[in-house]
Ligand binder design. Sequence first.
Ligand code: DX5
Ligand code: ZN
Length: 218
Amino acid sequence: MQITPSILNADLANLGAEVRRIGSADMVHIDVMDNHFVPNLTLGLPVVESLRAHTDLPFDAHLMIADPDRWAPAYAEAGCASVTFHVEAAAAPVRLAREIRKQGARASMALKPATPIEPYEDMLAELDMLLIMTVEPGFGGQKFLDMCLPKIRRARALMDKHGVETWLQVDGGVSLETIERCAEAGADVFVAGSAVYSAADPDAMVKDLRAKAEAARA
Ligand code: DX5
Ligand code: ZN
């Protein structure tokens, strides 16, 4: 059970200090938005490269961008341990996943809430992580969509069926209120943005979230 806090709701003018507030995190989740794939603009490669020097935690880049085929491999080269592209935006997802792995990062693919998992069953073996969005991508602080829980269950069943080691990440509205539902459905990597960075002690929240997820899975 891994907790990957999103820095989207951190103080974006103080990212170096903000990542040091989540020392217990398994990875730092970095939301890259381009104002095309989603109606919001955050940060890109130069910021990721600069932030790399400020923490030893692995980076989990979530690319909510058009044309990930062109841009995603550079995030692997920049030292991101995991690089997630959206299948809705990728022209050649198999080729892209293989390219990310070739650059030495874990390859991950994200699905928006209305995108089904079934057409991608045969792709699971190409992926180190599958990200199931539990809000429409674009903004932090949105309400968790319970309608995504059956898809998490179906994805977990497909992973079991194929015997793959693919991690199953959920992102959007994950909090102490909702993390148990996600863990019971089969998720094992949890993004939490506002829940972590609105807490008085973000690192304590990371630990609380992990404990809840572990208890729910047990
Ligand atoms: C949404 C982002 C998420 C989000 C998480 O588009 O991908 O990572 O910012 O924030 P919370 O946990 O507040 O939903
Ligand atoms: Zn994200």
